[in-house]
Write a protein that binds this ligand. Sequence first.
Ligand SMILES: [Zn+2]
Length: 394
Amino acid sequence: MQNIKDITETSHIISISGIIIDVKPTYEFKRKDGTKGYVKTIIVSDITGTIRVALWGQHAKSIKETDVFRLIEINNGYVKKGKFENVEINCFSNTVITLKDIDENEIREFLAPFINIKDISSEQKRVNVQGTIVKINEKRIVKNKNNNEVNLQSFTISDNTAMIRVTCWGDNTKKLVPFKEGDIIEIINAVVKSNDNYEIELLIYSDTVIKRKIGLRSNYGDFVPGTLANVVKKMQDIQTIENIKEGTNAIVQGTIINVVDKSAKLSLYCPQCNARLEKSNQKYICKTHGIVKEPIQDLEIEFIINDGTASLIIAANKRLLAQLINIPPLSKKENLNIASQLYEVLPQLIHLEVEITGLVTLNEHLGHFKMLAQTIEHIQYNDSIRRIIQRTFV
Ligand SMILES: [Zn+2]
């Protein structure tokens, strides 16, 4: 028996043993002589990978959708370059196929391990992931390079180690139809792609399988089973802007609605925690780390976020903002003259959804709160997470 990952175009005739993870409908065609032919595609997985298998003639009729997760042994399959990607196995009349029922534990032995979403990198070509669907975006119709209209639909899944965007093109959008937000799924054989912003995303190809999670198979590696516990805990820590209090450290989430014009000023920050430093007796003091000998000087900008309960002014330095938008390298020595260059790129901040931690201060002259940001994170899942939590706890 051959490992699936070792099969190449030059393998010619091979034998494999694996489990069926997907069965596609039978396709009927007419031969030149007028007789009818049948072909059906299935996806077979072993611990090393997955492969498309084309079943011709009688073989097409002998395997049904109910055979998913049964063990299949293929003897004398013919390897050829696939129509879509990589190689595939063709089973003709002299190929011998046997099927066997196996239990949950045996199924595990034929599935490549699931990877934690945080560990996905552009070095991997294909991955298996599992997690909760936190958001399904509306299906859109876009034009491809050949000017044809194609469907495009994306969704986000989370496995508690991270979240990732998954995109389906064309007919592959149909694979999403059975699922809704909150479902726990497995994606087998997803394609890893880095997009224009160098963010990693996953693509659903014709040989990618999306299934509802089965049984116990979340016990791979350090994968945390698909509960929403961490996300929920975090949501409880997040405060609404109308409820924040002066002098406390808080976490807020909201949408950036405006950048305060001409707010740039130079400030000094703690290199350990990025807190803005207070000057006292010629020394610079961090509330957490005490006297700071080598403070970092940076430009501070103010912008406004709104979370649906109220608006809040955020003071954040340029180093933090560089995590959200591309800030051109301005100058080694920070000074106020470069602030005008900075203002050209700052409008990109508007409409971003962010999570910010920092100290809440009160501007006594104006009577409003200002948060001195220590961390900023770009988020895109605000509403859907809230919906899931409402469904889980209400
Ligand atoms: Zn500090």
